[in-house]
Design a protein around this ligand. Structure first.
Ligand code: FE2
Length: 343
């Protein structure tokens, strides 16, 4: 059954990622059936491609949302049920609670990120590298254990020169890290905070007063160099302005705050991690599905003209194999499970 999919790697214009397509062709139903019949094929292709796998032509999934959940289950033991994880209901699919909706259309009403300034590089290209490009994160890193994999389906993408998703490989970036930086990050921990919770770099710069956080809302430590539980490869595991704690972090044991020693290190690391040779820009077509591994990739979204275009994307999140570092930990973000004993 392994030959049912053809795996083409890397993705165009980069050094990682793969396209998986049915040799015989076929739409969403056939893709999911083939993936279930040989459940090791797509996860192993994902691992070999350093964490990014593209499938195309799945537009029929929009008419049968359960297909996306079935495909997600191939990639791990637990597909998040967003009704149980403090996610506001307007962002969750009405009948399939494993689907999180990213859209500028009601009832979600999520605005796109702003355009970079200037909008293009001096060579006329889409900016990818931090700090020209911002918003880089790995999904839900403010939770312990953090998730493994996200699946993102273009139900209604915007036109191809807008609303892209950009990925950067933490594996390639770590392998190319200068020795001086590698010594600084090995063993270091970052402090990750939920976006919108008042701990962002912007909050810290503006002097937003700190509030008290309940146990399940607290910032979480994560290794800056994360060992992938499937491949064993080390990868940079970091976010920037909106998803680190800029009051007590961004790094544990370094000078905290938006202008401290930790901030300077984070800026240096993030600029390295998002060097163009470690990045891939995905231009979405309807029915494209990107599967990405949050354990070794960061990503960011780009601007689109929300006044003129409507965008609907569906995401699922797969949990269950964060690696031995997290063995036995209860879900930090669930109030009944969060550890109240430590600050
Ligand atoms: Fe994300």
């Amino acid at each position: 059954m392994a030959e049912s999919f053809e795996i083409i790697t890397p993705l165009p214009g980069t050094h990682f990622g793969a396209l998986a397509q049915l040799r015989k062709g076929g739409a969403a139903q056939a893709v999911v059936a083939a993936a279930e019949a040989a459940p090791e094929v797509l996860p192993s292709a994902l691992a070999r491609a350093n964490g990014l796998l593209l499938l195309r032509g799945l537009a029929a999934m929009a008419g049968d949302a359960s297909l996306l959940v079935r495909l997600s289950r191939i990639f791990g033991p637990e597909v998040e049920d967003y009704r149980r994880t403090l996610t506001s209901r307007n962002q969750v699919h009405e009948t399939v609670p494993e689907i999180f909706i990213v859209s500028n259309v009601p009832p979600v009403n999520r605005a796109p990120p702003p355009r970079p300034e200037p909008p293009l590089t001096s060579e006329g290209r889409l900016p990818v590298q931090y700090p020209h490009r911002v918003g880089w994160h790995t999904d839900q890193s403010y939770r312990r254990p953090p998730p493994d994999i996200s699946l993102f389906l273009a139900v209604a993408p915007v036109s191809r020169d807008q609303g892209q998703t950009i990925f950067a490989s933490g594996t390639l970036a770590y392998a190319a890290l200068p020795e001086s930086l590698r010594r600084r990050v090995d063993g270091l921990e970052g402090l990750h905070a939920q976006p919108g919770s008042g701990r962002s770099r912007r909050d810290a710069r503006a002097g937003t007063p700190r509030r008290t956080y309940a146990a399940h809302e607290r910032s979480q430590r994560q290794p800056v160099v994360r060992t992938h539980p499937v491949t064993g490869a080390p990868a940079l595991y970091l976010c920037e302005g909106g998803q680190m704690d800029w009051y007590d972090g961004p790094f544990v044991g370094m000078e905290a705050g938006p202008n401290g020693e930790g901030a300077a290190l984070l800026d240096e690391l993030m600029a390295h991690l998002t060097r163009p040779e470690f990045c891939y820009v995905h231009e979405w077509d309807e029915g494209d599905l990107q599967v990405w591994d949050n354990r070794c990739l960061v990503h960011t979204a780009t601007w689109f003209d929300a006044a003129a275009q409507q965008r609907v994307m569906w995401r699922t999140t797969v949990h269950g194999n964060p690696g031995p570092l997290y063995a036995g930990e209860k879900k930090s973000w669930i109030p009944e499970l969060a550890d109240n004993s430590t600050d």
